[in-house]
Design a protein around this ligand. Structure first.
Ligand code: AMP
Length: 472
């Protein structure tokens, strides 16, 4: 099945695929398209970058064009992903009778969406919260919804959309075909699938089957307060568009501003921005109006911008799986890309989890600390005990003393931190020992470069080295 024509798709669809320059189906398309055309449910584990969007959009559009009554509902966690899916649908329905679609996402005027809904769209794409708002206001009728896609379902549940999804199911007819896709299949996804799916066919696409190839991975052990200087260093040596991930929404804004002051065209993307601003930032980045996008994990899933050449993990993600999504933003559609990950001693635990996720067969299983609840608790206790970090206008990252803590507590926590750092530098061979000497200068370019030529995560001497690896 290495040709779209073998699926028996309509001429219109084949023309649309030819216009999109899709010649060969991807592995997930080869597996999923016949199943959907056959009428079965799917429980799919696949990441973005595999061609997943077209894998569900192609057969759904085919089916909708054969049955004029039925409609499809496609849900995903973020507004940006919803827009991308709408883009694919528009391209696939460009030839011949246009199947109307509507995009229902938060942060956008309700009345524009209500206007779209009055036009009887056959494909409704959106985020669960906004879809629910329209259902509760009786603006959508889902009685004829015979196709339901839950995309990036693990992320939807992580973001707390579980209840909204349950509510939406109450508005759907009993007889429907459900396609559930998730990058990971934890217990809660399996439970959800048992609750709603009917004898689903399993479709699993391994990460090495994704379209994206040639991503160079680098890791750099570094003190947190040296990260910003190193970032400037890295940016000055990298050509092309760069996506930087930081932990906090506020942090993205400050860093983008600071980078502009330091001579790099940059902007920030985070969930605090209103939809207009988010759209403008995305569109400017897409059209290369600036080089560096600083974002929270809002940008880690699904963003499909083919000119992102570098992903810099300035702060590690809170959840190990998000690392995979972050690095998937580069090397899109087979182009080459590179990632670098700044790991401070405080982030070693989460790095161990990421490393284990990447190398389950060879890495030692880390102690389970990655539940959001545990991290939230530890963050809260840290807030009581430790100085917090942020970016200072003048000097990049800075430490800000928490006014609640007294001097004694502060000294204790600093002492504890120093001993942790000692422990860390003992465990980490290599670059961290070089930078942890107390010298004010961050890594030199030569250091970064030469170190990056070492093998990636060479287990024996520690995954803490700057190292390189090609995957996907
Ligand atoms: P997705 O996983 O849906 O985000 O798709 C990742 C990228 O692959 C997008 O840029 C798609 O346009 C592209 N793509 C999807 N299917 C194909 C295909 N059969 N041939 C070439 N490119 C594809």
């Amino acid at each position: 099945m290495n040709n779209f024509e073998n699926f028996g798709l309509s001429k219109k669809m084949n023309n649309a695929l030819a216009d999109m320059k899709f010649v060969k189906p991807t592995p997930i398309q080869i597996k999923a398209i016949p199943i959907v055309l056959n009428g079965s449910d799917i429980l799919g584990s696949a990441q973005t970058g595999t061609g997943k969007t077209a894998a569900f959009c192609i057969p759904i559009i085919e089916m909708l064009s054969k049955d004029e009554k039925s409609i499809a509902l496609i849900m995903m966690p973020t507004r940006e992903l919803a827009r991308q899916v709408i883009d694919v649908i528009n391209q696939l329905t460009n030839n011949g009778d246009k199947i109307k679609s509507a995009c229902l996402i938060g942060g956008e005027a309700l009345r524009i969406q209500i206007r779209q809904l009055k036009d009887h769209p056959r494909i409704i794409v959106g985020t669960p919260g906004r879809i629910n708002d329209h259902l509760e206001n009786k603006k959508i009728d889902l009685n004829n919804c015979t196709y339901l896609v839950l995309d990036e379902t693990d992320r939807m549940l992580d973001m707390g959309f579980g209840k909204q999804i349950d509510k939406i199911f109450k508005y759907l007819p009993i007889k429907k075909q459900i396609l559930l896709f998730s990058a990971t299949l934890p217990d809660k996804i399996i439970e959800l699938s048992k609750k709603y799916l009917h004898e689903p066919e399993r479709v699993a696409i391994k990460s090495d089957n994704v379209l994206l190839t040639n991503i160079d991975h680098n890791i750099l052990n570094i003190d947190h307060n040296k990260k910003y200087k190193e970032l400037l260093n890295q940016l000055s040596t990298r050509e092309g568009s760069v996506l930087i991930f930081t932990k906090t929404k506020f942090g993205t804004q400050r860093m983008a501003k600071k980078l502009c002051e330091d001579g790099f065209k940059a902007d920030a993307l985070n969930g605090n921005l209103n939809q207009n601003k988010r759209d403008r930032v995305m569109s400017d980045f897409r059209f290369k109006k600036f080089k560096v996008l600083v974002a929270t994990d809002i940008a880690s899933r699904g963003l499909d911008i083919d000119h992102i050449q570098h992903v810099i993990n300035y702060d590690l993600p809170q959840v190990a799986e998000d690392y995979i999504h972050r690095i998937g933003r580069t090397g899109r559609a087979g182009s080459s890309g590179s990632t670098i990950c700044f790991v401070s001693s405080e982030e070693q635990n989460i790095w161990d989890e990421i490393y284990y996720l990447l190398h389950p067969d060879t890495a030692k299983k880390p102690k389970k600390t990655n539940s959001r609840a545990v991290r939230k608790r530890s963050r809260e206790s840290l807030r009581q005990k430790k100085p917090t970090r942020s970016f200072s206008k003048s000097n990049g990252p800075r430490r800000r003393n928490n006014s609640i803590i007294g001097k004694d507590t502060q000294k204790k926590s600093e002492g504890k931190k120093k001993s942790n750092q000692k422990k860390h530098s003992k465990n980490t061979v290599s670059r961290s020992t070089k930078t942890d000497t107390g010298k004010k200068e961050p890594y030199s370019k030569t250091n970064s470069r030469s170190a990056s030529k070492k093998p990636f995560f060479s287990k024996a001497k520690g995954r803490s080295k700057v190292s390189r690896h090609s995957s996907r």
